[in-house]
Design a protein around this ligand. Structure first.
Ligand code: GDP
Length: 309
């Protein structure tokens, strides 16, 4: 991920490092290259504009251009701006950084079973991600997890979740034919409480497009289940479409965060880089492969480091 962007930015820095004072013209030329690099990475235009304006102001404003090694300082300014664009906040204080990292984790502060609602378009990787998160919580947080499928239109999707539950060592709500999503939700809440589960994942039906029926179903389920987390799973490979999907879902159903899947195949990274600025929502996890261990907690600082190499 981000290979092309990383290469392009490194190219820009190479023209700046190893030099003495920079002129405003040098800076403007560098900003034009950074702008091009971000656009080629498929970052949303308003996000690119803000980014470049901020980096330029800091570069020119802090007398960086008259510094002994201006190039290094530009790298630092770009690095910090990337962290902020990815949704991190900057602080030299370790405790503060720990708090920031923690905010990317899942909120499990409720009376068990804590409900996590999974939403997303069909094919986004929603069901796979549900299995991955179940394994993550079971292994890392030692939680007892139950999975329930609400995809009443697609029996195969229900069975797929059942298999993932088995693989991840989570419990699975038995499938009863012809129940509605809200009926399944009520039954899942009861069974999860009875079985002493800490966390209940509700895997909502995926559709090929956002439509009113899809939203009405998810909203009705959310009303009953009162989730602490409503996560949208979006496919990073769809770039700005993923960002638009997140924006539209969030308008209809307040989301608490995002999981971006198929990062392993995403060389550009535009969705990850635009998501926070466009939607205001934190990316909480990245899907990095088809297998159940292909999940990474999102860390803006680490990701920025990866871009700049
Ligand atoms: P759903 O329709 O949204 O529930 O999507 P699925 O969970 O069935 O996933 C669709 C396909 O994407 C499956 O073949 C998954 O193995 C694959 N997939 C899901 N997440 C990832 C990921 O992070 N990386 C890769 N490479 N494939 C993924």
């Amino acid at each position: 991920m981000f290979e092309a962007l990383g290469d392009r930015l490194t190219g820009v820095f190479d023209t700046l490092t190893g030099r003495g004072a920079l002129s405003e013209r040098d800076v403007d030329a560098a900003m034009r290259e950074i702008r091009k690099a971000l656009l080629e990475a498929d970052v949303a235009l308003p996000v690119v504009k803000d980014f470049v304006a901020k980096v330029r102001t800091e570069t020119v404003g802090e007398k960086v251009i008259r510094a002994v090694k201006p190039g290094q300082q530009v790298v630092k300014i770009v690095n910090d701006a990337l962290i902020q664009m990815l949704g991190g906040t900057l602080s030299d204080d370790d405790a503060d950084m720990a708090a920031v990292r923690k905010s990317a984790e899942l909120n499990l502060n409720a009376k068990p079973p804590v409900v996590i609602l999974m939403a997303g378009l069909q094919g986004s990787g929603k069901t796979t991600t549900t299995g991955k998160l179940a394994l993550f919580l079971k292994d890392r947080a030692k939680k007892k997890v139950m999975l329930a499928s609400l995809d009443t239109n697609r029996p195969a999707a229900m069975e797929q979740l059942g298999m993932l539950a088995e693989k991840s060592g989570a419990g699975f709500l038995p499938i009863i034919k012809d129940q509605s999503p809200t009926e399944i939700t009520t039954r899942a809440l009861k069974e999860a409480a009875k079985g002493g589960y800490d966390v209940l994942f509700l895997d909502t039906a995926g559709r090929t497009t956002i439509n009113e029926e899809l939203m009405a179903d998810v909203i009705a389920v959310a009303r009953i289940a009162k989730p602490t987390e409503t996560l949208l799973v979006a496919d990073a490979l769809t770039g700005q479409d993923a960002v638009e999907t997140a924006r539209r879902f969030n308008d209809a159903l307040p989301l608490t965060g995002l999981v971006l899947t198929r990062i392993d195949g995403d060389g550009r990274g535009g969705a990850a880089l635009s998501m926070k600025a466009v939607t205001g929502l934190p990316i909480k996890f990245l899907g990095t492969g088809e297998k159940l261990d292909g999940l990474e907690a999102f860390d803006a600082e680490r990701l920025a480091g990866r871009i700049l190499g």
